[in-house]
Design a protein around this ligand. Structure first.
Ligand SMILES: Cc1cc2nc3c(=O)[nH]c(=O)nc-3n(C[C@H](O)[C@H](O)[C@H](O)COP(=O)(O)OP(=O)(O)OC[C@H]3O[C@@H](n4cnc5c(N)ncnc54)[C@H](O)[C@@H]3O)c2cc1C
Length: 315
């Protein structure tokens, strides 16, 4: 049986698509675990056979207690494969779960398939320079899955399934959450964006990124992204704009990289974009290797012209 858990609904739906495929190949069932939530039917419509709703009075995610609950549910249901959403909470939970169930855990899988009848995973290692292909030596198999790797299955209102609601045992730990500080954010969701105009260190100052903003305004969603230095070092953008290995992974229809060199850590976050356009004054810049369209030139000359040309076309 394949068990799926994330405290992010979209991620659960995405994993469900892959979980369904793996379960079908083995003639098994898929169970989605919800903790303290109650919208079970939607998961059945998107491919789950069962939904296990753990009733709890815990108000917020707390890794020690949640790990025990998932471990208890996995043991109770006899789960052989456990897919955990790779977000901050899932990444804390999955290895603890593996330790508790005395098994292995592959984090940040980029592909999962059966090879010679064995579940096989792939993940990017060494900052994107190699792919590790791994198999498990014991069960259950535990994996964390990043967002945007799979598209959710279309909803099928004719699907039926079983919903179980139960409280699950856990012991309380001598730690408590005393304060939750919300991360500084401009409410931008680059992961959901269909087009992104992304700024790099080629911009000389923050004011100049307004040129990128003007281009973004012409595209659906008006979404601005950035490379790590502009968020982590210069603080021109909040972290919700940061794209790459240590930032957000995006998959828009169009990604326009302006003044970004194309280091592997940036590419790792945007390489799945449908169309990549790069503007860089260095013809040897790495970004051009990943780009579908490249504009070699000074962004201060090219960008206003590109924006004006798009405006004219749209008019
Ligand atoms: C563990 C780790 C994780 C990391 N995670 C991330 C991550 O998630 N995201 C990320 O982005 N980076 C990440 N990095 C950093 C990454 O290695 C690069 O340092 C970073 O992506 C470089 O940002 P940049 O391309 O904006 O700047 P630079 O590398 O400095 O490139 C600037 C580019 O602008 C061009 N340019 C300059 N002036 C102009 C102009 N006037 N017109 C046109 N082009 C111009 C230059 O030719 C150059 O190519 C990570 C690094 C490490 C070690």
């Amino acid at each position: 049986m394949v068990l799926i858990y994330s405290n992010e609904k979209n991620l659960t739906l995405e994993m469900l698509a892959k979980g369904r495929e793996l379960a079908d190949e083995q003639g098994k069932e898929v169970t989605v675990v919800l903790i303290g939530e109650d919208e079970a039917d939607e998961y059945i419509q998107h491919g789950a056979d069962k939904v296990f709703v753990a009733e709890t009075d815990l108000k917020n995610f707390k890794v020690e207690e949640y790990t025990q609950m998932i471990a208890n549910i996995a043991e109770k249901l006899g789960s052989e494969t456990i897919m955990i959403g790779s977000n901050k909470d899932g990444n804390e939970l999955a290895p603890r779960l593996a330790a508790m169930l005395n098994t292995g855990c592959v984090t940040g899988c980029t592909d999962i398939y059966f090879k010679d009848g064995e579940l096989t995973t792939e993940r990017v290692v060494y900052s994107g320079n190699a792919i590790a292909v791994e198999q498990f030596t014991g069960k259950p198999h535990i994996m964390t899955i990043p967002s945007k790797l799979y598209d959710p299955l279309p909803a099928d209102s004719s699907r039926t399934g079983e919903v179980t609601k139960e409280s699950v045992d856990y012991k309380t730990f001598p730690s408590e959450i005393t304060n939750i500080q919300v991360m500084e954010s401009e409410g931008v969701n680059v992961e959901a964006a269909t087009s992104i105009v992304s700024c790099g260190r080629g911009f000389k100052n923050k004011e100049d990124t307004k040129m990128a903003e003007e281009l973004a305004r012409l595209l659906p969603g008006e979404t601005l992204g950035c490379s790590r230095p502009l968020s982590a070092d210069m603080k021109w953008f909040t972290e919700d704009h940061w794209i790459g290995l240590s930032g957000h992974k995006v998959k828009p229809k169009v990604y326009i990289a302006i003044g970004i060199s194309g280091q592997i850590q940036h590419i790792a976050g945007m390489r799945d974009s449908d169309i990549i356009v790069a503007i860089n004054k260095d013809p040897e810049a790495l970004i051009f290797k990943s780009a579908d369209y490249g504009l070699v030139g000074d962004l201060y000359e090219v960008l206003p012209k590109l924006t004006a040309a798009i405006k004219e076309k749209m008019a």
